[in-house]
Design a protein around this ligand. Structure first.
Ligand SMILES: [Zn+2]
Ligand SMILES: [Zn+2]
Length: 250
């Protein structure tokens, strides 16, 4: 089976009728990895053809609500279907602590969860139960945060997480076939990226193609203008990631 990255939501913290918060699942057909956990994760996974019980892990990029608030719902769902395995939760210590508190508050912190904190060093390999490799590097955001690099079938996909431009992300994204990058702001702002900043990162990393996500409605309405702004800096293909989109890795 071809490995694929499926977009479960592509919007920023403020959602709309057509954009949910950004979260993703990488599916190699054997050990899917959920990346961030916004609302209704089990429902979204079933719709993507993935049984939540088959997850090889959940990787949380940072502890802002739009990236972790679905965690209790996922854990509650797994408990209700008599989940019989162990679910690794990957994240920075601060992120996992916030997740743990959320689960404790709602009394859904289960024995089947295996907390696997990683440090803020660059390019840490996240252990998975499959043949693909997932790496994380710290990014620059309001909370301690990471970007994610997945290598599978000789191809590379990188997800920026929430971030302003930073050298660690440039290095993580280097040579990526697909760069999924947040494009939250129109003017430079702390912790997020403008179209021009995304384009700079994509050009510096020599990314094969670029998908924009974690955006507000203005970006959908003005995507032609955004594409022109990016094209002045980055010459690769640029698309707007939408819920249900799949990116094949091979
Ligand atoms: Zn966010
Ligand atoms: Zn954030």
């Amino acid at each position: 089976m071809t490995s694929r990255l499926i977009v479960l939501g592509a919007g920023a913290a403020r959602v709309s009728a057509t954009t949910d918060n950004t979260y993703l699942v990488f599916d190699d057909g054997a050990a899917p990895l959920l990346i961030d956990c916004a609302g209704s994760p089990a429902h979204k996974l079933y719709r993507a053809g993935i049984d939540p019980c088959d997850l090889a892990g959940v990787l949380l990029t940072h502890a802002h609500p739009d990236h972790i608030y679905g965690l209790p719902a996922l854990v509650q769902h797994l408990a209700q279907v008599n989940y019989a395995s162990t679910l690794p939760l990957y994240g920075l210590g601060e992120t996992l602590h916030a997740g743990q508190q959320l689960l404790d508050t709602l009394d859904v912190n289960k024995d089947f969860l295996d907390y696997r904190p990683f440090s803020s060093q660059e390019r840490q390999r996240i252990a998975t139960r499959s043949g693909y490799a997932a790496y994380v590097s710290p990014t620059r955001h309001g909370k301690p945060s990471v970007g994610v690099r997945i290598e599978a079938g000789g191809r590379v996909l990188v997800y920026s997480g929430d971030t302003e431009p930073c050298p660690a992300l440039n290095r993580l994204a280097e040579g990526g076939d697909i760069l999924l990058h947040e494009c939250t702001v129109n003017e430079p702002a702390k912790g997020h990226s403008t179209p021009e900043q995304v384009a700079e990162t994509a050009a510096t990393a020599a990314a094969g193609r670029l998908g924009l996500l974690h955006y507000y409605p203005w970006l959908i309405d003005r995507f032609d203008e955004v594409q022109s702004r990016i094209a002045k800096i980055y010459s690769g293909r640029v698309t707007l990631a939408r819920e249900g989109d799949e990116y094949a890795l091979g």
